[in-house]
Design a binder for this molecule. Structure first.
Ligand SMILES: Cc1ncc(COP(=O)(O)O)c(C=O)c1O
Length: 385
């Protein structure tokens, strides 16, 4: 059998976990819809008993994603939020978790409105300075959960530095790597213990399926996350596993194009007289440009920019034609959104103000259309400001 560990990223994305079907030779992993599996006698079967517990299509995807992130296990769930929820089941009443202050809005909503009810405490800190993390760690701290770059202000956290701080105190580091995908950023290589993704975004890549994954590095992660799949049943369906498997095959080429277009759009916006500020880690003006070059092998598709007011943002967003106004990111189509009223509405005006999420801020997730069409579309829309 081929040693996939020796292959490059794009080759592993296509082949790891995805051997031709032994029964028929089918090149693509079949979608195993069967909920149950025939057993030869009591306790004797081919490794599968019941699909909530394990499923061959899911196994293929999990093998693949563990390989791409450089972890030792992966477990997929019905959404990114379900994956975060599964991770939190590792903790108990009295435990303390530190979370980046500017993560996807659904994450603090889950923590503050659901999990705190079970006696787990959360602190929110600006993790762009690892010293803030050091200061926030208490004897009861079990986990630090971060996103880098943050959404939508694109602030980076030095993963290696925060991992060192965590490990000095016996705390685990989890990184939500949804924005960069393993193609551009590999947190486990930088010291993270757990990587999480909303596969809804770049991994699936076609805006046609929700999903989430936890990639672990320790035997207890594998045991725990598999147990949560079995107990709670919040697993990814075989069909959606297959969609992500198919999406991941083109991850490398898609990410290269997302990145190339992201850079062009960021440069264009930075030179536009009506755009007051651009947030993109690939611009030399980004305050953490050096860290971005060191920690990531590309800068990605996400760009935010300041139009000056809600009115200006709306005037522009009303006129886009190739870009689609909508929430989410990471699809082949360019999505443009208004964080203050969409993704970050729930966190409230005070928190938005603290994080610099103004009413005039617009976020783009650059797709893989012809970039000249995207630039022309933005150009005609910005005329209306
Ligand atoms: C960075 C990040 N993490 C987690 C999530 C939650 O994922 P899902 O929508 O798949 O539940 C999102 C969704 O937008 C996200 O952007």
């Amino acid at each position: 059998m081929t040693d996939f560990n020796s292959l490059g990223f794009a080759s592993r994305a296509i082949h790891d976990g995805q051997h031709p079907d032994p029964l028929t030779g089918a090149v693509n992993v079949p979608i195993y819809l069967s909920s149950t599996y025939a057993q030869e006698e009591i306790g004797r079967h081919k490794g599968y008993e019941y699909s909530r517990v394990s499923n061959p299509t899911r196994d293929a995807l999990e093998t693949n994603l563990a390989s791409l992130e450089g972890g030792t296990s992966a477990h997929v769930f019905s959404s990114g939020m379900a994956a975060i929820m599964a991770m939190i089941t590792m903790f108990r009443t009295g435990d303390h978790i530190i979370c980046g202050e500017n993560v996807y809005g659904g994450t603090p909503r889950l923590f503050n409105q659901v999990i705190t009810g079970y006696g787990i405490e959360f602190s929110y800190v600006d993790t762009s300075d690892p010293e803030n993390v050091r200061r926030a760690i208490r004897p009861a701290t079990k986990l630090v959960h971060i996103e880098t770059p943050t959404n939508p202000i694109m602030t980076l956290t030095d993963i290696r530095a925060v991992a060192d701080v965590c490990h000095e105190r016996g705390v685990e580091l989890a990184v939500d790597n949804t924005f960069m995908s393993p193609y551009f950023q590999r947190p486990i290589q930088l010291g993270a213990d757990i990587v999480m993704h909303s596969t809804t975004k770049f991994l699936n890549g076609h805006s046609d399926g929700l999903g989430g994954v936890l990639i672990g590095t320790k035997p207890e992660h594998k045991e725990n996350f598999a147990f949560v799949q079995k107990c709670t049943g919040g697993i990814l369906s075989p069909f959606e596993c297959w969609l992500v498997l198919r999406g991941v095959k083109t991850l490398a080429v898609r990410m290269r194009q997302h990145d190339a277009s992201g850079r062009r759009i960021a440069e264009y916006l930075a030179g536009h007289p009506k755009v007051q500020k651009v947030y993109y880690p690939g611009l030399p003006s980004h305050p953490q440009y050096d860290l971005a070059k060191r920690q990531m092998s590309g800068f990605g598709a996400l760009i935010s920019f300041e139009t000056g007011s809600l009115e200006n943002a709306n005037k522009m967003l009303r006129h886009v034609k190739v870009c689609t106004l909508g929430e989410s990111l990471g699809g082949v189509e360019t999505l443009i959104s208004h964080p203050a009223t969409m993704t970050h509405a729930a966190i409230g005006a005070d928190v938005r103000a603290k994080l610099g999420i103004t009413d005039g801020l617009v976020r783009i997730s650059a797709g893989i259309e012809d970039v000249d069409d995207l630039l022309a579309d933005l150009d005609q829309a910005l005329v209306h400001i």
